[in-house]
Design a protein around this ligand. Sequence first.
Ligand code: PDD
Length: 289
Amino acid sequence: MAIYLNGQYLPIEEAKVSVLDRGFIFGDGVYEVIPVYSRKAFRLEEHLRRLQHSLDGIKLANPHSNAEWARIIDELVARNAGEDQYLYLHITRGVAKRDHAFPNPPVDPTVFMMSNPLLTPPAELLRSGIACITAPDNRWLRCDIKAIALLPNVLLRQMAVDAGCAETILIRPESTTEGGFMTEGAASNIFVVKNGTLLAPPKDNLMLPGITYDVVLELAAANGIPHEVRRIAVAEVFAADELLLTSSTKEVLAITQLDGKPIGSGKPGAMFARLHALYQDFKRDVMRA
Ligand code: PDD
């Protein structure tokens, strides 16, 4: 498997980063996960726009123009096997003597990219849906930045795994779920379906602005599916007819159980079937274009 590190394409075993890298020491960096279908990066412009937003959020200059990113991505995809891949792109503030403040003068950032096979959810999971748990959202207040510092997300996601579930749905405020509202999943965005309307939480500082989330809302708009973007109370999550999960690697999944209780009929519903099908068609059309 070839990876990209600071201008070089290398076998992953040969890629080395200094122990003084600020990504290693402080988690001082940002990342992107970009799906590649039929060897073409999906929604690249949108992923690069979000990358710029994350870099701006941590006051780190973008080391490459979009044209340069596209070239690096094409090269990495070409050097890896498989029609469908997912790219992990990672930029840190570079290697410097340990000090919380930014290195002054700035040092070169560390730029790392790898490709892995993209394994979209199997048919069985699409038929059954997934079980999730809820937990207080105890992350910071800049969840719009795709930061590599993911310890809260790691611990929250592990809570789901320990409970035999697939994902943890996060509720703010942290102190109470009463009067709380849903933000997103530990590594995904979450939609509620009620009376035929698709409800989505707003893209504010409390959630990652998902690329898949945007595609789903665009598909709803283009296909006359009623949808609303607004805060969603925790009570509405439990009273939902359907719950949907989206991410670049999971695409669109139905959540059929929450904290051990069935959601709606306890089976993937009509809105899931419609949006999943629309998403697959959209992917196919984009890749053909
Ligand atoms: N995670 N919210 C969080 C906290 C996420 O980590 C992700 C994606 C999403 C969905 O965003 P998108 O649709 O752009 O993938 C929402 C990626 C897949 C990851 O960390 O592996």
